[in-house]
Write a protein that binds this ligand. Structure first.
Ligand SMILES: Cc1cc2nc3c(=O)[nH]c(=O)nc-3n(C[C@H](O)[C@H](O)[C@H](O)COP(=O)(O)OP(=O)(O)OC[C@H]3O[C@@H](n4cnc5c(N)ncnc54)[C@H](O)[C@@H]3O)c2cc1C
Length: 532
């Protein structure tokens, strides 16, 4: 057995990441012992808490999980795994009931039924919501309260995982550091089952809606350990992040357009109707590209909610109203400046229907995974659904491995320290190499791509890896993810869903399939470019 100086024992399963995927999996595992690692206090640092729309579930009258699956497949532009879409949508109702049973205060009508909202590309009203646009926050608050009172769940706040530990071809735990301790000896945490639920990679981009810590660490560390990655090239750009220059960019939810808000440029022209019959409610990638092209041609883009919502925006969309107020924008009498921003990663660590990866001992759920549900483009509000469905499936898959034991003692000497944590985060945020990497991704691997820019991106990522000041394992996780996205985008010589190549603008039948790639393959492609 491998031994390390600085070792802790998870006494059971270990979950890396405390967004909805991680917390839901932990709750489903109870009363089996599990340790959950979160770099920040629960509720902070996770995209889940920022979700505004809600969770998609075909639970309304006249709706069916099959209809939901079909909408998912259409949005996914020809490469959604049909069996996955059918099974995930069929499980939605049961998982929403779990969320409700565990205390989520979903919006309901007078008869006590779920009040269902509508989002783009859904053929029915099927988004369960909380207080308009506060779904993510409310769901997370309910799950956190439940986790805190579950004695079989040990929560460790203030640790960041930098590597997976591998022995004899199996993942046996992780290496973790205190947030901000970039060079110290990491602690090895041994686990019988390791579940990676550390989110997506929006923060690899300079313009993103994701929290600062969600920067491709999960996919990067799994890829460095040898895991097969699925569909890395497919990144979803949200068309309407609020353009205030803030990092991350706050989101103006798609539900605003669902309520009739329109997009106009600074000449007052409404530009979506000539582009798509559904105008502002066209698929996300089409609206994002339209906004991108307006901005590239020197125009500014605004979301005009005045006629559709008027003063109702203040009560119906309190989160957006607050973001506007913070930025000095008055959405009742004026318009909201918007820009496309990296929002969601359809690709990730490839998993089967139980969340197992190509590496024994490693399961992945949530945005870090690639299940085949989203294909080339995620249908709105399907990601929280995927997080809870696979969180539950993983718990069921590993339950047999774990003894039932009720109480987990805290790890000695590890606790979140607010001052230290915030200082460390600020320091990480400002690292030159990280900022350079994020600009490479936004400028060269963004909404529109072409071979020359993608090759340039790969060379620059290689250069940053070689020369970046303060290159650490955490940074290598980021550059590994960035390399996979750019390499996948370079290889896919067509346009489909979230991936648009100006040099291959058409969709090609020969590419109507998923991408599978290892980091070694992506690095070989990178090395084959002169100067790479
Ligand atoms: C602004 C916004 C609005 C959205 N709205 C919706 C919506 O309405 N409906 C919908 O379905 N989806 C929505 N999404 C997408 C959805 O929120 C995410 O896909 C989903 O929450 C991902 O959940 P997760 O648990 O996988 O990851 P996250 O919730 O991002 O959690 C990741 C966790 O991993 C931790 N972590 C990261 N790196 C490490 C590391 N190295 N070591 C240890 N821990 C680490 C993070 O701190 C965090 O705790 C939205 C996303 C954003 C950003």
């Amino acid at each position: 057995m491998t031994t390390y100086d600085n070792t802790l024992n998870a006494d059971g399963a270990l979950i890396v990441g405390a967004g909805l995927a991680g917390l839901f999996c932990a709750l489903k595992l109870a009363p089996r012992p599990v340790t959950v690692i979160s770099p920040k206090p629960l509720g902070f640092g996770a995209s889940s808490a920022w979700a505004q729309g809600g969770v998609a579930a075909a639970i309304g009258a006249g709706d069916s999980s099959h209809a939901h699956a079909i909408d998912t497949e259409i949005a996914g532009a020809g490469i959604v795994d049909e069996a996955v879409a059918e099974s995930v949508t069929a499980e939605a109702k049961a998982r929403i009931e779990d969320l409700a049973r565990w205390g989520t205060p979903f919006d309901r009508n007078a008869a006590g039924e779920f009040q269902l909202g509508r989002e783009a590309a859904h053929s029915k009203n099927r988004i369960v919501r909380v207080e308009g646009d506060r779904a993510g926050y409310a769901i997370m608050q309910a799950m956190i309260a439940r986790v805190r009172e579950t004695p079989s769940i040990r929560v460790v706040e203030g640790l960041t995982v930098v590597d997976l530990a591998r022995a004899d071809g199996r993942i046996i735990g992780v290496f973790a550091r205190k947030l901000g301790d970039r060079y110290g000896e990491p602690v090895f945490i041994r686990a019988r089952a390791t579940i990676l639920a550390a989110g997506g990679l929006g923060g690899l981009y300079a313009v993103t809606t994701n929290p600062p810590g969600v920067r491709g660490h999960a996919m990067g560390m799994a890829a460095r350990a040898g895991a097969v990655i699925g569909d890395p090239e497919f990144v979803q750009f949200h068309p309407t992040a609020i353009a205030t220059g803030a990092d991350p960019a706050p989101l103006a939810t798609e539900a605003l357009r669902g309520e009739g808000a329109i997009l106009v440029n600074d000449l007052g022209e409404r530009f979506m109707p000539p582009i798509h019959p559904d105008a502002e409610l066209a698929p996300r990638d089409i609206v994002a590209r339209a906004n991108f092209r307006q901005i590239k041609s020197g125009r500014k883009v605004f979301l005009d909610t005045r006629k559709a919502l008027g003063a109702r925006i203040l009560t119906a969309f309190p989160t957006v109203a607050k973001y506007c107020a913070d930025a000095g924008i008055d959405p009742v009498n004026g318009m909201i400046p918007v820009t496309p921003a990296a929002h969601y990663h359809m690709g990730g660590v490839k998993v089967d229907e139980t969340g197992r990866t190509s590496l024994p001992g490693l399961w992945v759920c949530g945005e870090a995974s690639c299940t085949g549900l989203h294909g080339a483009n995620r249908l709105a509000s399907n990601s929280l659904l995927e997080a809870i469905v696979y969180g539950a499936r993983i718990a069921a898959d590993i339950s047999g491995l774990e003894p039932v034991r009720a109480n987990m003692a805290p790890f000695p000497g590890i606790a979140w320290d607010q001052k230290e944590g915030e200082a460390a985060e600020e320091q990480l945020r400002n690292l030159d190499a990280v900022q350079d990497l994020r600009h490479v991704m936004t400028d060269l691997v963004g909404v529109e791509r072409n071979a020359d820019e993608l090759k340039d991106a790969l060379r620059r990522i290689a250069h940053l890896e070689r020369t970046g000041r303060g290159v650490t394992r955490a940074f290598l996780n980021m550059t590994s993810s960035a390399t996979l996205v750019a390499a996948g985008a370079l290889k896919r010589e067509e346009s489909r869903g979230g991936h648009f190549r100006t040099d291959f603008p058409d969709t090609s039948e020969t590419w109507a399939h998923h991408t599978e790639m290892t980091l070694d393959e992506a690095l070989a492609l990178r090395a084959s470019l002169s100067g790479g």
